[in-house]
Design a protein. Structure first.
Length: 565
């Protein structure tokens, strides 16, 4: 902590020359405000929001945009942008969260699903020297990590085995050890070589691929960022057919190395231990904004991950993203053993985002598949196999008063296996779910999903209604979370005595902006029905009576800029 305090002091008093800069993925208030400004038609439609973090364009002049841009610069002009060397402090970001009885909440970077108080702190500086750009923005996280009631001991053996099926094919521990956690990490740092619209370098930043506001099927701000090499566009590239954005990354993912439950007997008898190896990740994103439909953005994501010990030291081993999509074309010399034996886990998603400025509205969707089709026949006969999807919208309604709007935004994220599980697999138990894999374990970093943070096999629906003015907001959030649905149907689907575990939440939202300070708060009351699929002792099979608990989740963020206007 002493080193971190010295670091904050350094960034506070050094670097008075400021300039335009990347907007961190998932940064409180600011990213959401820029998205609203685009829907209102106040800034460029070049921001696809399919590839984040995004780079602020100084030419945009809306009042709200200037308020956001001021947190990263003094409002530089195009002439200043051409300077060869510049230096700036970055905002101080502090986020604290608390859960009263059980873990809840996602999409908050280095913070963990736990009970008790936790705090995230980040700040730093940005420097440019000719074509070299360095962003040093580390993160410090403290997590209280108190005990809570998790998956219990009174389940049938088949249910325990089903629960560990997903824990053994993923890495999503209930609790991150038994002690408080204190971690200092590179965070949103990077070193990039910039040549016009192209950047290449190394980064530990959180990236977000896809149009989602609350979740993403591939990469989101849910887990801590991971070290990766990147080659990307830093602004849309104009072509005769439209604008293109793209990124290719190769990174290193770590497992938590933690046992999944708080029950030692279950862990000892059912859990497949980690061997300490790390996972290699290769991924590609491409988004396209056609010239003939200027307000639509189409995106494509493909990811591969596998444990490093299985990776072939060939071009195909380092860049599997260029493989064909049909498994039958991956047979080697007629060998019937598929390439899956080397533990490659693939995910593919297609997405679109459509802006409707006249209606002050946007709609978007993302559809993903985590397994190759064997051939085209398999694909067309069984397109819903191994799929997940996301649907969302945002609508702004002008009301009385300058700059006042009612913001309505909602999103549905569905990871549960389709009905296909009843015909594709023996019995009625299903198989893998989104973000899981037999050999590669979960699509995770340090025990948290890289994409959807609501839980493996879970479905979530979110609806927000708020009054906004610039960066200020007052609103409510309604949320429904169906927890681990694939596990439920595997373990209890034919058992009338157990009902699904469903959370219903209502939250109060509050954002307030002063010149150099933003405060953002959320207080959410959550009622869990059939918590952990438990039943009360008085339960009757004809009228199941589950265990219901209430809890409180609160999150408070502060964003403070050091530079003066």
């Amino acid at each position: 902590m002493k080193k971190f305090i010295v670091f904050i002091y350094f960034t506070l008093f050094i670097g008075q020359v400021s300039f335009s800069q990347n907007l961190n993925s998932g940064i409180p208030v600011l990213e959401e405000a820029i998205r609203r400004e685009q829907i209102l038609g106040n800034i460029s439609n070049s921001y696809s929001f399919q590839l984040r973090p995004i780079r602020l364009f100084p030419k945009d002049t809306s009042h709200t945009f200037k308020s956001v841009e001021a947190f990263f610069s003094k409002g530089i002009n195009q002439k200043q942008e051409l300077k060869k060397s510049r230096f700036s402090s970055l905002p101080l970001i502090v986020t604290s969260a608390i859960n009263s009885k059980r873990p809840y909440g996602w999409g908050n970077k280095g913070l963990l699903p736990n009970v008790g108080l936790q705090t995230y702190i980040s700040t730093g500086f940005f420097a440019k020297f000719h074509f070299l750009e360095i962003q040093f923005q580390p993160e410090y996280v403290y997590v209280q990590n108190l005990p809570f009631q998790g998956f219990g001991e009174d389940y049938p053996r088949g249910a325990v085995s089903a629960r560990f099926f997903y824990w053994n094919n993923g890495d999503n521990p209930e609790r991150f050890g038994t002690d408080p956690i204190s971690r200092f990490w590179w965070g949103q740092s990077s070193a990039m070589l910039v040549f016009g619209p192209i950047s290449a370098g190394i980064s530990t930043e959180n990236i977000w691929w896809g149009p989602g506001q609350f979740n993403s099927l591939t990469f989101s701000a849910n887990a801590e960022g991971f070290p990766h090499l990147t080659l990307k566009t830093n602004r849309p590239i104009k072509t005769p057919i439209g604008k293109i954005e793209a990124e290719i990354i190769s990174g290193r993912l770590e497992n938590s190395l933690l046992e999944p439950t708080q029950n030692e007997f279950q862990n000892e008898n059912y859990f497949r231990k980690f061997d300490g190896d790390w996972r290699y990740l290769n991924a590609i994103h491409i988004s396209y904004n056609p010239v003939f439909i200027p307000n639509i953005f189409v995106g494509f994501n493909r990811t591969f991950q596998q444990y490093n010990k299985y990776r072939e030291k060939t071009f195909g081993g380092y860049f599997p993203i260029f493989e064909v999509f049909q498994k039958q074309n991956l047979f080697s010399n007629g060998n019937s053993v598929l390439y899956d034996s080397n533990g490659q886990d693939q995910q593919v998603s297609l997405s679109f985002r459509y802006l409707i400025p006249k209606a002050k509205m946007e709609v978007y969707a993302e559809m993903g598949r985590r397994d190759h089709a064997f051939n085209w026949r398999d694909f067309f006969l069984n397109p819903e196999h191994a799929r997940a999807y996301l649907l969302g919208f945002q609508k702004l309604l002008p009301i009385e008063g300058k700059g006042n709007y009612i913001q309505i935004r909602g999103e549905i994220t569905h990871q549960q296996e389709s009905i296909n599980r009843y015909v594709r697999y023996p019995g009625l138990i299903g198989n893998q779910t989104w973000h899981t894999h037999g050999l590669a374990r979960g699509f995770v970093n340090r025990g948290e999903s890289l994409g959807v943070g609501a839980g493996v096999g879970s479905n979530v629906q979110s609806l927000e209604i708020s009054k906004i003015n610039g960066l200020n907001k007052r609103g409510i959030l309604l949320e429904r979370l169906a927890n681990n649905q694939d596990f439920y149907f595997r373990a209890f689907g034919q058992n009338p005595e157990r009902n699904p575990w469903i959370d219903y939440g209502i939250g109060l939202l509050w954002d307030q902006h002063w010149s150099r300070l933003i405060l953002s708060g959320k207080l959410q009351f959550v009622k869990a029905f059939n918590y952990q699929w438990q039943v009360e002792p008085t339960n009757r099979s004809d009228f199941p009576d589950g265990k219901n608990i209430g809890s409180v989740y609160g999150q408070f963020s502060l964003v403070y800029r050091f530079n003066k206007q």
